[in-house]
Design a protein around this ligand. Structure first.
Ligand code: IVH
Length: 682
């Protein structure tokens, strides 16, 4: 293929992929299967690795993220990114409207109300239709250049194709995490033994702060655009309502709903209606934004030093409840993490009665100085997990003393160890119990085994498991499969019927998919997603048990930390015995999703030759395993039959030979793109 031909093909593929991204992420109406989509992406990446000059900043290949940055460079906003004044009552909205009417006495004013999405403000610059820069708000004057992180957001077009585009334009909006994505991400974090994020906004902010955009690419971030910054050339819209239509026509994600209002009564009705419908939105909103519709009149109204005069935010009341903190207990998780939990006087908040709430960790507890006996405010963070957010200091009992975080595990009295967190979650240091036989951990492991995301054993909840452990009936998952109905029925508050149901549920779980079993084992860093990918690549648990770290790392998204953790787990004699017992009880060890990748992998029919030292300590064996897992072959010498030479540093004569035979030489980064890997083994 000549470069000219490749360019045409590249354009075709890129256009198709852009169209499918829009159909899937913006319209939620996919037109092709995931598999077909993956084929298009693989073809594009392959073309780019053959013709690197085709890799432009707006290529769909940029979605997977690039090499990590040392730090963000800073960007000066062409016009400042302001914030909004907040209001909390209808009276304040009325005042706002009359204030503007006084400023613009001869004008008939109309308004637009939009949801105030709870995320992180960003500004994007498109030049000749191509996304060239994205920045955070920062202090409003200067922000961080987070372009590569923003490129990973699938609903955000990297190129706009409207014929009437301005030469350069800045669009502004909000990056956020949809609630479902937030929950999934937190479940994965908990399952992998990591601390969950407090709410979707923190998770979005934490994600955008990542210097490694390949990690950001794995976060299900989304974006909505609602404003314009500087525009050069073209004919930008004259009202907010037209602007929203224009944003949508350009293929950019726009607010899900907006209301155009012509009077204060309209406005108040829109604000009330939004409060009702926002509960159904798939993302969090914390208010309504009221904007003057005419962009011309906004110029006349002007700004104060911090906020425009032509818009305000109306903040909805977060449902909070006041209640007494009876005690602080320490919960021991499956991984041994010690989490402080507030034991509360039961109180009704946002649709349910809450009697326990998370206090996150020692640092959070100390920061808020929460003491037993305090009157506290409870709210649902992310509208799901209740949290104690504040103390009503004026109501503090005189004898309340600061809480001292225990240095021993409350379950087994082992001395706790402090683990410092190294990732972006703002959660501080966490304490863990190091004792593998800690009853708290045992219960956590058994609950995890029974959980809906793992072996899905109905009835295997906290209370029953605590009883089973206390009675010494079940101490590891294999012992569920020896339980007798009579033993369960003999437990307190257990009837014959529920005992029998539980035993049936245990029996049913024997035939669950292999990935559920693998996930259920609770291996550090092995979440449900990773378990699925591994189960797809290996024939059975026996295969997985034998796998070397290199073979595991040949699976996409499995980096060194995961691979090492798995190898270590399967080397531990206690764990091997557990696996053997599970096998003897007849649990399904076979993968039903195993795909023979050597048929149909992206390297199907291709021969590679490796030479030189690969970067990042990646061994030849690892690279070879990856090639083979995708259907390719590795040969030791370059010939006419070689498809690619993968060259590292200090490559020798093979490189020369490749040049003579005009065989494409690729480096490791290009190889990973070809292989469709979002990340290098880390
Ligand atoms: S307009 C001059 N519209 O709320 C600032 N902001 O409290 C114009 N936000 O900084 C902002 N949804 O990060 C606007 N539909 C919306 C919004 C929105 C969320 C955020 C934005 C802003 C903050 C102000």
């Amino acid at each position: 293929m000549t470069l000219a031909e490749a360019r045409i093909r590249h354009q075709e593929l890129a256009t198709q992929i852009r169209g499918h991204d829009h159909a899937y992420y913006v319209l939620a109406q996919p037109k092709i299967s995931d598999r077909e989509y993956d084929h298009l992406s693989a073809a594009l990446l392959q073309l780019e690795s053959q013709f690197p000059e085709l890799t432009t900043p707006d290529s769909p290949s940029q979605r997977v993220g690039g090499a990590p940055l040392k730090e963000f460079s800073s960007v000066t906003h062409e016009s400042p990114m302001m914030s909004l004044d907040n209001t909390y009552s209808q009276g304040e909205v009325r005042e706002f409207v009359s204030r503007l009417q006084r400023l613009l006495p001869d004008e008939t004013l109309d308004w637009v109300v939009e949801p105030k999405v709870d995320g992180v403000a960003v500004s994007l610059r498109y030049e000749d239709g191509v996304l060239v820069q994205g920045a955070t708000r920062g202090d409003g004057i200067r922000g961080d250049d987070i372009t590569s992180n923003l490129r990973t957001i699938r609903s955000l077009p990297l190129r706009l194709t409207d014929p009437a585009l301005p030469r350069s334009m800045e669009v502004r909006g909000e990056v956020f995490l949809p609630i479902a994505g937030f929950r999934r991400m937190n479940e994965e974090r908990i399952a992998e033994g990591e601390e969950p994020f407090v709410n979707p906004r923190n998770a979005a902010a934490g994600s955008l702060k990542q210097l490694d955009s390949r990690l950001v690419a794995k976060r299900p971030l989304s974006i909505v655009l609602y404003g314009l910054g500087n525009v050069e050339g073209g004919n930008p819209p004259g009202t907010q309502e037209e602007l929203l239509g224009w944003i949508r026509r350009l293929g950019l994600p726009s607010p899900v709903r907006h209301w155009r209002c012509q009077s204060i009564d309209d406005l108040l009705a829109a604000i009330t209606e939004l409060d009702r419908v926002r509960k159904e939105f798939p993302f969090e909103t914390d208010g309504a934004v009221v904007k003057l519709n005419s962009i011309d009149l906004r110029q006349q109204a002007g700004t104060t030093s911090k906020a425009p005069r032509w818009a305000i935010a109306y903040k909805y009341e977060t449902e909070k409840a006041r209640t007494r903190l009876k005690a602080i207990t320490i919960q021991v998780g499956r991984t041994g993490a010690l989490t402080p939990v507030a034991e509360l006087e039961p109180v009704f908040v946002a649709g349910s009665t809450v009697s326990r709430a998370t206090l996150h960790n020692e640092d959070e507890l100390a920061r808020k100085d929460i003491r037993v006996g305090d009157l506290v405010l409870v709210e649902k963070a992310g509208e799901v997990i209740p949290a104690v957010t504040e103390v009503v200091l004026s109501e503090r009992p005189p004898n309340a003393v600061p809480f001292v975080f225990p240095r021993r595990c409350p379950e087994c009295r082992s001395e706790a160890v402090k683990v410092t967190r190294q990732d972006e979650s703002e959660a501080g240091a966490a304490w863990r119990c190091p004792n593998p036989d800690c009853p708290g951990k045992i219960r956590g492991r058994l609950e995890h085994w029974c959980s809906r995301g793992a072996m899905d054993i109905e009835g295997g909840g906290e209370v029953l498991i605590a009883q089973l452990v206390k009675a010494g009936l079940v101490l590891d998952p294999s012992e569920f499969y020896r339980l007798k109905t009579s033993e369960v029925a003999a437990l307190e508050r257990m009837g014959e019927r529920s005992a029998a149901n539980f035993i049936t549920a245990i029996e049913t779980s024997k035939s669950r998919d292999l990935w559920r079993l693998l996930f259920g084992l609770g291996i550090l860093h092995v979440g449900a997603g990773v378990a699925k990918r591994i189960a797809k690549r290996f024939r059975s648990l026996d295969d997985i048990e034998q796998a070397t770290a290199d073979r595991l790392m040949a699976v996409p998204d499995v980096g060194e930390a995961i691979a090492q953790s798995m190898v270590a787990w399967f080397q531990d004699p206690t764990n091997r015995q557990l696996v053997a017992r599970l096998r003897s009880h007849g649990l399904n060890f076979k993968s039903s999703t195993f795909s023979e990748l050597s048929a149909g992998g992206v390297f199907q029919g291709m021969t590679f030759v490796l030479t030189g030292t690969l970067p990042g300590g990646v061994s030849r064996e690892q690279a070879s395993a990856r090639i083979e897992s995708l259907g390719g072959k590795v040969s030791s010498s370059v010939s006419k039959k070689t498809h690619y030479v993968l060259a590292g540093e200090d490559a020798g004569s093979k490189l020369e030979k490749a040049r003579q035979l005009a065989i494409p030489v690729i480096d490791y980064a290009e190889f990973l793109k070809l292989a469709g890997d979002a990340s290098t083994p880390d």
